[in-house]
Design a protein. Structure first.
Length: 132
């Protein structure tokens, strides 16, 4: 009986290693010019990405680059969109950190944006299995 434990443990360790290595994906050969170090957070409060541009005669900051005489804050220059790929990356990070509930939320939000995104389905399934 003892002789079967060592190969089973080795096989289990190998499966876990493959899962951990394969889950984040491979960043090798990434030839796009995007900065891949930017990780979107699921619960961003938008307090840290305010840009002030004072180029018109109004007294209220409107965060735009147009030269009009607005008196209200219209926030048309802000880019607060998060794509499904960034949410899947956040879900992976949360899975690795051992937070399956947050990971499942990130994968669900990615599926809301793109219901056919296979990696989001796979991540949601993994997070759901770990969360139970």
């Amino acid at each position: 009986m003892k002789t079967y434990r060592r190969p089973l443990r080795a096989a289990f360790a190998l499966c876990l290693l493959l899962l951990v290595v394969g889950l984040p994906g491979c960043g090798c050969g990434d030839d796009d010019d995007d900065d891949d170090d930017d990780i979107a957070t699921v619960d961003d409060d938008d307090d840290d990405d305010t840009v002030e541009v004072d180029d018109d005669d109004d007294t209220v900051d409107d965060d735009t680059t147009d030269d009009d005489d607005d008196t209200a804050d219209d926030d048309t220059g802000d880019d607060d969109t998060v794509d499904a790929e960034a949410l899947v990356d956040e879900g992976r990070r949360l899975l690795i950190a051992g937070e399956p509930a947050g990971a499942r939320l990130a994968f669900d939000q990615a599926l809301d944006l793109d219901s056919e995104y296979g990696e989001a389905h796979y991540g949601r399934t993994l997070a759901g299995g770990l969360h139970t």
